[in-house]
Design a binder for this molecule. Sequence first.
Ligand code: C3H
Length: 496
Amino acid sequence: MLNLNKQKIVESVPQTGFFGHPKGLFTLFFTEFWERFSYYGMKAILVYYMYYAVTKGGLGLDQNTSVAIVSIYGSLVYMSGIIGGWLSDRIFGTGRTVFYGGILIMLGHIALSIPGSAAMLFTSMALIIIGTGLLKPNISTIVGELYSEEDVRRDAGFSIYYMGVNLGAFLSPLIVGKAMEYNFHLGFSIAAIGMFLGLLVYVFTKKKNLGLAGTFVSNPLPPAEKKKVFTTVGLGVVLVAIIVALGISQGWLTFDAFVATVGILGFLVPALYFIFMYRSPKTTATERSRIIAYIPLFLASVMFWAIQEQGSTILAIYADKRTQLDFAGIHISPAWFQSVNPLFIITLAPVFAWLWVKLGKRQPSVPQKFALSLLFSGLSFIVILLPAYFGGAHSLVNPLWLILSYLVCVIGELLLSPVGLSATTKLAPAAFSAQMMSLWFLSNAAAQALNAQIVKFYSPKTEMTYFGVIGGASIVLGFILFAISPKIQKYMKGVR
Ligand code: C3H
């Protein structure tokens, strides 16, 4: 986006009105709160819905297959951000794309709330994959648009926004998890209502609060090119549909082959993205250097999310199968453990925001924060291997172990996720502002694609090795990143 447009947008947004931040942050905070409420509420019960027996209201699928499907689903949800980024940079602008995304997500949750079969599940997944791809990266990009480049409130703004994400993520597993005890579809209906409320907040407050933010198309598609692009996309979709139909009918498109394909795409797509942005004539020399700096940060982010996302897959199984759920006189629903991470985020985010302000110029650089994040996420897996080390893998474990592991991982998350969101908006080449945010979410997509390959190695027998190898890898990468941090900082060309 041109600097002139950026300035016009900032001037159009009421610059105070929400905890000393631009009023638009209210709209984005609550829209994203409801979107995450619906997404994480659905996700907190999805894996159980898939592997619980039909007599218990589930679909009766195999447990490991269910976890792999959830990982692939999570990966595609973030991968589709490239569609959302492209549509907004070239056709709709971020604001309209967010709205369309919200509608698709709501329809996706409605599909799951109708009692049905695996077909309903896959319809819902398709709608939520595309819808989230349209909404998630674009709403985060609009947060960046509310602040001028020099505005010192920007990082704190992203921390507040991240608290909105986690407030939704905290409340929904508690509510939807409880609803699951009556009926899975009641739980999914609550998710649909959540997204509906998010759309209401967005539609009714955006005009007053967001000003021009979200209305510009940063790199519009010339009308002459439109026809060519739409024909190519249409043909591509038809080709993929034919290949999939043939593959299924001929028997070579097996579930494992699909998981492997998503695994490859998880890394191939971001690689192509990097090359494309780097080589674009619209990217300046300074922006090219920043793209180089972004590569190690992206890889660190993949490692981090690979561990963090297992909090809702492998650790969800750990909560269900390995943890004492009757504890201190209460019966704990395994889905409630999904609220532990967001609760710690909400509590600790202000502490980190305060810490960065207090440390001022002495605070670690962005690459150093990422390196520390890898150390903490690695340690969280070392913590959770200890119960098996001390007591074997067959007795039930005190839930405090799981809570401690989540806490350590959250410290890593606060060192990486809000920092990464903010750094992405600063490092983005002007012509690719929304697409760079999609690239950031592709690090999560790659992580979950990787997880789909590795979760099958988890079992009570392999538990210690599983957590030890993955946790150890993260710690080693953390040390390497710390060593090369000054070099990365140089390539960032003044961005801090
Ligand atoms: O959703 C995002 O944008 C980023 N993720 C987060 O903010 C996480 N802290 C959410 S926690 C988790 C993924 C969902 C909780 O319902 C659970 C991790 C164990």
